[in-house]
Design a protein around this ligand. Structure first.
Ligand SMILES: *Cc1c(COP(=O)(O)O)cnc(C)c1O
Length: 411
């Protein structure tokens, strides 16, 4: 008969979001950007960090603007009670421009949207606030150089008719994360020309904006009237050769779970689908209950998991729900104090069952970093945090005392 007593329930896995780190990152980046205004880019659920919480934190820290890709994201900000100016810039003919206008959302416009925006302004009998977007070289969103003259003239006509107010002209940079490349200078030059063309057409946009995180940090000449910062606010570096710490930033997301099974296996034990890994000697394996359904890339074998102060690489294939680390030769106890009675499947003092496993965090204590997972997956830190899925609960710590945002006991 077992005398086992189940412990009080705790989160089995969580992405801990440090809102005070985000607030500090915002303040630091605002200082870098000043006197330009600061737009906190919170698209894609704030790169996986939680849109409403991050937006509230950024605004409380002094961000004047919020930025999203989609109108639907901007509407979600309004529904969450955010009243700061919001710009949304990526639309389709199915976008609800009327709802955007009714919710006081500024709209990016690359060309075709102008007629849709004007139709919404007519329907609501109020002028739409528009930021005209020029493609200065990225080759994605934005008006082509050849169409720009026609767009600014059309916008100027509608502005005189009281249907739109062109409050901004903006563009997006392609290679700002590689400061030595000359294309940023070319984009800057085209941007200046595009602003001049808009002014010649009678427009007087207050907000010229071009810089993303890397340009904010490396190119003061791109700051103009406002910078649009995403990645840096989350404490991550856009540069391959500079760490968060070297940029004065603190990563805000920590991803952790608990070891789900700890077991001794013989030499030659294959691990996970494909049996691509086998133990060389009798070993202890640790099962980490996170997988690609949680947003850990399947290709990221070798990514770091820290348990009990030691970082182990993932061995074998990452599956939908789980991955495995190899604690090494059997018989070494590194996890003294784990609760439970000695028993089947790794229960007992000295095993790793239930011990916290950290995939990445703020790096302060030498722990694993998002960038190591990006490296293992052949991608960038942006993608790792943004794709942590909704199956992983977010836990907020360090939040400022804002109405409705503070968890009990935090203030
Ligand atoms: C996502 C995005 C940004 C933010 O880029 P970061 O590199 O994360 O700072 C800025 N501007 C536009 C248009 C974007 O799409």
């Amino acid at each position: 008969m077992s005398t086992f007593v189940a412990p009080v329930p705790e989160l089995e896995r969580q992405a801990i979001i440090d809102l005070s780190a985000i607030a500090n990152n915002v303040r630091h980046l605002m200082g870098v950007a000043a006197p330009a205004q600061f737009m906190a880019v919170v698209k894609a659920d704030a790169y996986g960090h939680g849109m409403a919480q991050v937006a509230q934190t950024a605004v409380a820290a002094g961000a004047a603007w919020l930025g999203t890709a989609h109108v639907s994201e901007a509407l979600a900000l309004r529904a969450a009670g955010l009243q700061a100016p919001v710009l949304a810039w990526l639309h389709t003919p199915a976008t609800d421009f009327t709802a955007a206008l009714a919710a006081d959302i500024d709209l990016g416009c690359s060309g075709w949207e102008l007629e849709y925006i004007v139709a919404a302004a007519r329907a609501l009998e109020r002028p739409a606030r528009v930021h005209l977007k020029i493609d200065t070289g990225l080759g994605r969103n934005g008006c082509s150089l050849t169409d720009w003259q026609a767009l600014v003239e059309a916008a100027a006509d509608y502005q005189r008719a009281g249907l739109v107010r062109v409050v901004g002209v903006f563009s997006h940079l392609a290679v700002a994360d590689e400061p030595d490349r000359p294309e940023t200078d070319h984009q800057l030059e085209r941007f200046r020309q595009a602003v001049a063309v808009a002014q010649d057409a009678g427009l007087d946009p207050d907000l010229r904006h071009l810089a993303n995180t890397p340009a904010t940090l490396s190119r003061p000449d791109t700051h103009f009237d406002m910078v649009r910062v995403g990645l840096g606010m989350y404490g991550l570096s856009p540069f391959a050769d500079l760490s968060s710490a070297e940029l004065g930033l603190v990563p805000a997301m920590t991803l952790q779970t608990r070891i789900a099974l700890c077991k001794d296996v013989p030499a030659g034990q294959g691990v996970s689908y494909g049996l691509n890994y086998a133990t060389e000697e009798p070993s202890t394996l640790g099962l980490v209950p996170l997988g690609y359904a949680d947003g850990i890339p399947r290709v990221a074998t070798g990514g770091p998991v820290r348990v009990g102060g030691i970082t182990y690489p993932v061995v074998g294939r990452i599956a939908m729900d789980q991955m495995v680390i190899d604690f090494g030769p059997t018989g070494r106890s590194r996890f003294g104090g784990a609760p439970g009675t000695a028993g089947i499947g790794g229960a007992g003092t000295g095993t790793a069952l239930g011990v916290t496993a950290e995939l990445f965090g703020n790096g302060n204590d030498g722990g694993p970093l998002v960038e190591q997972w990006a490296e293992a997956a052949g991608t960038v830190n942006y993608e790792i945090v943004t794709r942590i899925s909704q199956r992983v609960p977010r836990t907020y710590v360090g939040q400022a005392c804002m109405s409705g945002a503070a968890a009990e006991g935090d203030c």
